[in-house]
Design a protein around this ligand. Structure first.
Ligand code: NAP
Length: 684
């Protein structure tokens, strides 16, 4: 009797009732484990996630959650050997497992870094600048994001048991939201192993992660409006779940990543003999066979110029002939098995369906020689290429997804036809274009982008560093319109915001400053008593303001700055020419002279807690400065971000340079690093 997979329920490992369904090794057909979630308290899981997991996560700032993700990534990296060992049972080769295991872990690292770099060390994320909505500025507005107070239910596909979980988990946890993960049954044993290790690590707070191995039971009956569902799988299942009465009644946010008949277009310039032609053949063959073609982003439709479609078929058939299929644990093998015998049967049926409108020109069978395995016991399917000579009128080649090593060549006569063929897929996760003609690239991208979530254009110049057609990256959005589900995941911080609620908050500038922890114009500005550069990070308060002395800008200053820097642009050096410029009456000061004088006015020169100025943001020169004008600066502490453990924090200063009439001539944020009390005490 094989082991039953555990379910992580209320932070305890629980067996489901009954014997469960038997899961088999994709290569040998031997049983691996059994799976059942019968009898679990699904409502209780949701409650535990919301009341314990959410509450625990929300105590942490974005930076602390980022640190948590990093610790988890390091921990999983240390245990990855056992994940790789088990991954072979799913039919994955070592490089397939690398995408799944290392790819998943690197997603945690990327989100950890992005959370700490691009989000505040705080509990609220501000969405853009404040909105001016009143004449005098006493009533203003700020969009904010706060974590949803529910659970994120993640329903994953079978093809990436590790990455599929981690790519959803990273943005969810960074948002401060707990997750309940339901992996696809056929490969759930690998997800379960990883969750066991995560749980053992103790890195995540109580309630942050729960696992269902098997059916979701009556979980959906207990959903509330604060919960979210992120689904990956087939379009049919997504539609079924989206129509659940509870999802509709509670307006539960539902993100779907579903089927996709992704296309790759070969540009008309990329004829045989060009580097692009070779790149295309390599890319298509790789996409067809990586993970035995069980990738939602794999190239299913090979859109090639009609004049060379025969050569494409020939070159691809040769490339596929070089792929060694067999036991993925054998180093000589390039392509392993499909995830299960059921999946192999499904692919065989879909190929049969496709063959009504396209000819099988390579492969098309599960009865073939494989390396170091029994082709009938394992879930093997030969890489299969079809060719459709009437792609504009064919329905099946644009609608039937064989989720295995299967693609169809579709010839096109001109770019309009290539665009139309791509669009016939009715929405894809990923599309690629291989061309060395940038005009062709633009025409194809503008013609097809609305049908795609991500597009990659490859030519001889970027191929070596290209991440390829089918690799979703944590930095970029993953998802697509129409058949692809209409959802969006990852995309850097965008992916975190899917688990948060955006709220427009209106109130006085002082109130909004207190809520968002970013000073808003119109809020209190106080004289800190000492120069603010003499204050440590902890001592500084939002609104601490310095009003400087004045300084006149002379013609000599402008002349000197021009000669000294070499910036002798006519507006600063030629009175007559400057006056012809519609923006100036005559010679004006350089913008950078204004900024330099401003620094000269506001800095406190002595050794102090301000460690460095690392840049400025949003610099605008609002009005010209003529010689004879007098400048003054208002510098106000706007935002503080502690860099925990580093001895300093980042302080953003709102800077406004005005002239003798009080008109703003320049405004920008000055960015500084300021020592913490501890660091300052150790060096001063
Ligand atoms: P599927 O049958 O739709 O299953 C997907 C997930 O939904 C599995 O976890 C499955 O669990 C679960 N599920 C099925 N019925 C359910 C129900 N009534 N209630 C709750 N959960 C339910 O898809 P599949 O055949 O396993 O996966 C292949 C498909 O996924 C392909 O079409 C592929 O294009 C798509 N896919 C898309 C992406 C993407 O990112 N867009 C990635 C990978 C795969 P069980 O396994 O326990 O049934």
């Amino acid at each position: 009797m094989q082991a039953k997979l555990g379910n992580l329920v209320l932070d305890q490992w629980v067996d489901g009732d009954g014997d469960g369904n038997v899961l088999t090794n994709a290569v040998s057909g031997e049983p691996v484990a059994s799976i059942t979630s019968a009898g679990l308290d699904f409502g209780g899981m949701l409650h535990h996630a919301r009341s314990t997991g959410g509450a625990n996560l929300r105590k942490l700032t974005f930076h602390e959650r980022g640190e948590m993700l990093k610790a988890l990534a390091i921990y999983l990296q240390e245990h990855k050997k056992e994940f790789y060992a088990l991954s072979t049972a799913t039919g994955a080769t070592r490089s397939d497992s690398w995408v799944d295991i290392d790819g998943g872990i690197s997603t945690l690292f990327v989100y950890s870094g992005k959370g700490r770099r691009e989000m505040p060390n705080d509990h609220v994320y501000l969405d853009g600048p404040p909105e001016q909505i009143s004449k005098n500025g006493t009533f203003t507005a700020q969009h904010i994001f706060t974590p949803k107070l529910g659970a994120a239910v993640h329903i994953n596909a079978f093809n990436f048991p590790c990455w599929g979980m981690l790519e959803k988990l990273a943005p969810t946890l960074l948002a401060g939201v707990p997750a309940i993960v339901k992996p696809a049954s056929s490969t759930a044993y690998l997800t379960e192993l990883m969750v066991r290790r995560i749980n053992k690590s103790g890195i995540l707070p109580e309630g942050a992660l729960q696992l269902i191995c098997g059916s979701v039971g009556d979980l959906f009956e207990h959903l509330i409006c604060q919960d979210t569902i992120a689904f990956t799988g087939s379009k049919n299942t997504a539609e079924f779940l989206q129509q659940h009465p509870r999802v509709i009644a509670e307006s539960v946010a539902f993100t779907a990543e579903t089927d996709s008949l992704n296309s790759s277009i070969l540009g008309p310039d990329a004829v045989p003999g060009t580097p692009e032609f070779d790149l295309y053949i390599k890319e298509v063959a790789r996409e067809m066979t990586a993970k035995a073609g069980q990738k939602c982003t794999a190239i299913r439709r090979v859109i090639a110029p009609a004049a060379i479609a025969g050569e494409v078929v020939e070159a691809l058939s040769t490339a596929l002939g070089n792929i060694r299929v067999g036991n993925p644990g054998n180093k000589d093998v390039d392509m392993g098995a499909l995830a299960s015998q059921g999946q192999r049967d499904e692919v065989r049926d879909r190929v049969a369906e496709l063959s009504h409108e396209a000819n099988i020109v390579y492969g098309g069978t599960d009865d073939f020689d494989v390396v170091d395995a029994d082709s009938q016991k394992g879930a093997f399917f030969m890489p299969t290429l079809l060719h459709c000579d009437k792609p504009m009128t064919s329905k099946l080649v644009h609608g039937v997804e064989a989720f295995g090593p299967v693609s169809t060549v579709l010839p096109y006569k001109n770019l309009d036809e290539a665009i139309e063929l791509s669009r016939l897929g009715e929405g894809s996760l990923a599309g690629s274009i291989i061309t060395n003609d940038n005009n062709v690239a633009r025409e194809l991208v503008l013609g097809t982008a609305a049908y795609h979530g991500r597009m990659v254009v490859i030519n001889r110049h970027c191929a070596a560093e290209s991440t390829g057609h089918g690799s979703p990256l944590p930095h970029l959005i993953h998802g697509g319109p129409g058949r692809a589900g209409g959802g969006e995941e990852m995309g850097g911080i965008r992916g975190v915001l899917h688990y948060m609620q955006r709220t427009a908050v209106q109130g006085s500038p002082e109130t909004l400053t207190a809520i968002g922890h970013r000073w808003i114009k119109g809020a209190d500005q106080r004289d800190p008593g000492v120069h603010p550069f003499r204050k440590t990070f902890e001592q500084l308060e939002l609104g601490d303001t310095l009003i400087t002395d004045s300084r006149e800008v002379t013609l000599e200053d402008i002349q000197h700055f021009a000669e000294f820097t070499g910036d002798t642009f006519y507006a600063h050096t030629d009175e007559e020419a400057a006056a012809k410029n519609p923006f100036f009456d005559g010679r004006v000061a350089h913008g950078y002279l204004i900024v330099s004088f401003a620094a000269g006015l506001f800095v406190d020169p002595d050794f102090g807690p301000v460690l460095a100025n690392y840049g400025v943001d949003d610099l605008r020169f609002a009005q010209p400065v003529n010689y004879g004008d007098t400048l003054k600066v208002r510098l106000c502490c706007k935002q503080k971000t502690l860099r925990a453990g580093s001895g300093y924090g980042e302080v953003r200063w709102d800077s406004e340079v005005t002239n003798q009439d009080g008109d703003v001539v320049a405004q920008y944020d000055v960015l500084t690093m300021v020592a913490t009390n501890e660091h300052w005490a150790s060096v001063s």
